[in-house]
Design a protein around this ligand. Sequence first.
Ligand SMILES: Cc1cc2nc3c(=O)[nH]c(=O)nc-3n(C[C@H](O)[C@H](O)[C@H](O)COP(=O)(O)O)c2cc1C
Length: 174
Amino acid sequence: MTSSSVTTQDPSDLRALRDVLGSFVTGVTVVTTLDTDGTRWGLTANSFSSLSLDPPLIVWSQSLNARSHPVFRRAQRFAINILTEDQIDLAQRFAGRSPDKFEGVATVAGLGDVPLIDGALAVLECVRESIFPGGDHVLFVGRVERMASRPLRPLAFGQGGYLVTQSHNGSAMV
Ligand SMILES: Cc1cc2nc3c(=O)[nH]c(=O)nc-3n(C[C@H](O)[C@H](O)[C@H](O)COP(=O)(O)O)c2cc1C
């Protein structure tokens, strides 16, 4: 085991804060919803996390600056689409600001007609349970109503880039 030097950094340095937070590796999701006028909305989010098993709750956070923020605020339902390692193009598309991110993307209508991304590793269809303020973000808590998954490998994100997952030799199952 080797030890490397630790540098203390100031969290008011936003670049440094982003880098340190980025050392926590996550999966990548596209969160989707349907607006009251029938328009489909979605954005790439890695802030998704499990929250509670009983009741089945999940959480994700959205920047107040996201164009789709007002839509998610009024939406009663949303879906978490967990991406596979082959879906970087979708992650990039839904992280952009194109007027129709869904063009050419295969979807199926889920509960409440919320668009679900065809080919996602897993989909969690949620009813919004609560919203909490969180600085320049807002936390959305959703109750999982229906879910589906397939045995593919997840896309991961960390240290500022996309990653692929690999089992750790001799790792313990929990
Ligand atoms: C890997 C990755 C993870 C992201 N995670 C989040 C997130 O959790 N919350 C968020 O608000 N934006 C996140 N973003 C940024 C949004 O996807 C991006 O700002 C998008 O343009 C927002 O879409 P909208 O402006 O159409 O609502 C992430 C981007 C990437 C590439």
